[in-house]
Design a binder for this molecule. Structure first.
Ligand SMILES: Nc1nc2c(ncn2[C@@H]2O[C@H](COP(=O)(O)OP(=O)(O)OP(=O)(O)O)[C@@H](O)[C@H]2O)c(=O)[nH]1
Ligand SMILES: [Mg+2]
Length: 322
């Protein structure tokens, strides 16, 4: 049996969280077409007959424009030292747009992040977007030269193409050993974390421009029972953003709430009542104390199971037999 931790790192928007969900077979992480969707590392554990991989999905590395962005980058980098292997992900769209076979951002990330002697699998995602497949070959070749990768695998997470090859390559990188987590472990985060994320996900889906990136969510209450009673606050930076989120006669907030509620109910397996408030918290993205209150801590290391406040981790639910 092979067991260990795999950090999923790379630029923003390349499909890291989509990959995590694909391997877990659960829509655990939030995914969106916008950059900087993931804001903190997320543990997702996959146990198979061959072993166990504890994946750490991380925020996409980018040039930060705020203290939040700086913390996101740091939190992504912080998971690397404790990882047994790294999945370095990029997408091939830039190559398709004629920005050269290797993006300069990827070149510098590879130089800065990938440890000498480290076991790294390179995944080139979104190959479905390249119509002329002959253009992929020089890209693959150029990326292969960046680092002595264990494997270089083109994938399309959108079509679930290549996921098994990536898994096989990663398992081969992990040390022999017994699983570190019980078999039914899915993550180390409590349901409150996912409420926060699923509300934010619906904001990302429903809004555009500066609004999606101006939003943070806090959980005011979570009362479990036959019906989970949840209260959450959506923080925005400006009054105008609050107006947009509430919408005409509150319609936008209702839409966000009901979509988030469906996601939460699928996770907890029961009905819930979700009450949302929108509050203006000026400049929260650059206020260190506020960021810490909102849960965006630099010292936070996903994967250190058990030391996260706020409740029991969400367990893997048994799949219904179909
Ligand atoms: N066409 C295509 N789109 C994909 C593929 N994989 C992911 N996407 C889309 O790419 C977008 C970004 O995906 P995410 O999984 O959120 O990307 P990420 O790397 O986690 O992004 P950050 O969290 O911002 O770092 C979403 O709209 C996905 O649906 C793929 O193979 N092909
Ligand atoms: Mg992500």
């Amino acid at each position: 049996m092979h067991s260990g931790t795999v950090a999923i790192v790379g630029r923003t928007n390349v499909g890291k969280s989509t990959f995590l969900n694909a391997v877990l077979g659960e829509k655990l992480a939030i995914v969106s077409p916008l950059p900087q969707t993931t804001r903190d590392p997320l543990l997702g554990v996959l146990t198979t007959k061959d072993g166990q991989i504890a994946f750490l999905d991380t925020p996409g590395l980018h040039t930060p424009k705020s203290e939040l962005g700086r913390r996101m980058n740091l939190s992504a980098e912080s998971v690397l030292p404790a990882s047994d292997a790294i999945l370095f992900m990029t997408d091939v769209t830039a190559a398709e747009k004629g920005r050269g076979p290797v993006l300069p951002e990827d070149r510098s990330l590879a130089q800065k992040l990938l440890p000498e002697g480290g076991r790294v699998v390179l995944v080139l995602n979104k190959v479905d977007l390249v119509r002329d497949k002959s253009r992929l070959l020089p890209v693959l070749q150029a990326y292969t030269d960046l680092f002595p990768f264990e494997a270089v695998i083109p994938t399309s997470m959108a079509r679930q193409d290549g996921v098994d090859r990536v898994l096989d390559a990663l398992v081969a990188c992990l040390p022999e050993g017994e699983p570190n987590y019980p078999e039914d472990t899915l993550t180390d985060r409590p349901v409150q974390y996912f409420v926060r994320e699923y509300v934010r996900e619906q904001v990302l889906n429903a809004t555009r421009g500066e609004v999606p990136h101006a939003v943070a969510v806090t959980i005011d209450r979570y009362e479990d029972g036959p019906l989970a009673r949840i209260g959450a606050t959506i923080h925005v930076e400006k009054v105008g953003q609050r107006r947009i989120l509430i919408g005409q006669g509150g319609a936008m907030l209702v839409r966000i709430g009901s979509a988030a509620r469906q996601r939460i109910e699928a996770m907890i397996g029961k009905r819930s009542h979700l009450e949302l408030f929108v509050r203006v918290t000026e400049r929260w993205k650059n206020a260190p104390r506020m960021l810490t209150e909102l849960g965006y801590e630099v010292s936070e290391l996903a994967g250190a199971a058990g030391d996260k406040p706020g409740g029991r981790p969400v367990r893997r639910r048994r799949k219904k037999q179909s």
